[in-house]
Write a protein that binds this ligand. Sequence first.
Ligand code: PLP
Length: 363
Amino acid sequence: MDFIPIARPLLGDEEIEAVSEVIRSGMLVQGELVRRFEEMFSSYIGVRNSVAVSNGTVALDLALKAFGLKPGDEVICPAFTFIATSNAVLYQGLMPIFADVDPRTFNIDPGDVLERVNRNTKAIIGVHLYGQPFDVKAIGEICEDHNLILIEDCAQAHGAEYDGKRVGGFGTGCFSFYPTKNMTTGEGGMITTDDDALAERVRLLRNHGDLGKYNHVMLGYNYRMTNIQGAIGLVQLGKLDEFINARIRNAEYLSLHISRDGITTPWRDPRCKHVYNQYVLRVEDDFPMSRDALSSHLQSRGIGTGVHYPMPVYEQPLYRQLGIGSRCPVAEDVSRRVISVPVHPGLSNEELKRIADAVNSAG
Ligand SMILES: *Cc1c(COP(=O)(O)O)cnc(C)c1O
């Protein structure tokens, strides 16, 4: 009985061939293949511009940087997310303000965001957590009413849709291509925007502010993507819809077959296409085992699990040291209940059945 990992990137002969070609060409760094990957990504998302960078954290960092906010400006982000979301705010000397999340979607709660908007607020970063879009309509309206920048952390949501439109096209989109995401380039990231001037600033920041031939017009960085990553990205993007459809099929199977008092399967907002980067169960109080005991039970049945994430960001030692963040009760509650089980596109029917059976027989 093979162990079922929580994530498994699907890379094959096409990716190997594409990488070999780059190596044979000798053109390793950012060039034609990165340009083609950006073009294909723009057309997939439905935006005017995509700018490839070295990872998803850098995408968030540069998106914030390009807006030219001032030290001390406040940026609202969810308390329940991967730490990169709010770390990008810190990199820019800005102040992350944590908002609570919705207990069903685990996404940023527009009502709580509104409570935290004040005259220092300059931007909101929404996270499409686990592959389910946040309430883009409500958050978008808050941004319009208060003249705030909207940044979408799309690291877990390539191909997810809200009202039939792909995420990354509502505000400034920030994607990651880390191997656990819905498509990968090893490390890699992308910024998407319809704003041509913003895209131009991001392109300059990515490459030492160089307008060409050592003409450096601003303090930039080396945050470039390589042609090797671009070549993998082109192949992976061609397979993305296939990957997503398999994730959705797997999630539907699990939701149909997992049936236990005390276990809540994921809730899908009917306005959204949820692309299930993670399939996350909630362990309720009437379940006979703790979340951690359930995790050990699944492990003993050869099933990998994850906890995304074990605490609100403001409870992380770093944020405690900085003294940043006020309490978010829903984020605290759900962080102690969530458990992710495998949903990746490589799962066989037999493996899916093993996962559902193992949850159903726990306790
Ligand atoms: C993965 C992830 C990131 C960071 O992306 P990297 O490519 O690992 O730097 C940011 N935000 C969220 C929500 C993520 O899941």
